[in-house]
Design a protein around this ligand. Structure first.
Ligand code: TYD
Length: 204
């Protein structure tokens, strides 16, 4: 028995987070047991690493290793046991984010990303990844409107976020079955319909 693993991805400001809970609730109405979680984070240790990662400046490779360290813990303690019990896991970001942010955004060597991905989760990949895509200026406007302190990634310049977006789109084009792109400039209602249709096709 194996559950399903669904991840949400996209540049900062794409608005994916509001749909994570909605999808989990919808899956529960379909009789599934669902865990909602996020990266970096998802475990007690992972949330401590998240605080460091989002606030403390560090070397690119330290950043990448901490992302994968938090991920190893997350897989061992939450994701793998839940999937083995036949339960569903809906996760706000996973390794595609490392590919896009540390790889695309910061220029991490691709071979290093692949080595870590192989080490940490050779046998686990999301069954489905929903990539929220929208033009950078719309995303930046949404972030600017948020009345809170911005984290280290949100504070990055526009060209960083454009490289992140392009890396996500490139990864989607090389993994077309797993990664489905959602036009995040559509209305909330249209996006919900699209998510429901995509999950029904891919997972149910
Ligand atoms: P985010 O989902 O944006 O959290 P919130 O919506 O609460 O602000 O995630 C936090 C940041 O972490 C985001 O800017 C992207 C970054 N990140 C990476 O750079 N690499 C990774 O591997 C992951 C999982 C996240």
């Amino acid at each position: 028995m194996k559950g399903k693993f669904i991840t949400f991805e996209g540049i900062d400001g794409a608005g994916k987070s509001s749909h994570v809970e909605w999808l989990a609730d919808w899956l529960r109405t379909q009789g599934k047991t669902v865990h909602v979680t996020r990266e970096p984070g998802g475990t007690e240790l992972g949330e401590k690493l998240r605080t460091l990662l989002l606030n403390d400046p560090m070397h690119l490779e330290t950043e990448t290793l901490l992302m994968f360290a938090a991920r190893r813990e997350h897989l061992a303690r939450l994701i793998e046991p839940a999937l083995a019990r036949g339960e569903w896991v809906v996760c706000d970001r996973f390794s595609d984010a490392t590919y896009a942010y540390q790889g695309g955004g910061r220029g991490l060597d691709r071979a290093k990303f692949l080595a870590l991905e192989h080490w940490v989760h050779e046998h686990v990949q999301p069954d489905l990844t929903l990539l929220f895509d929208l033009p950078l200026d719309v995303a930046r406007e949404r972030i600017a409107r948020a009345s809170r302190v911005l984290d280290r990634f949100e504070q990055e310049r526009a060209d960083f976020h454009e490289r992140v977006r392009q890396a996500y789109l490139e990864r989607a084009s090389t993994n077309p079955l797993r990664i489905r792109t959602i036009d995040a400039s559509h209305s909330l209602e249209e996006i919900k319909v699209k998510i429901e249709k995509t999950v029904l096709e891919a997972c149910l």
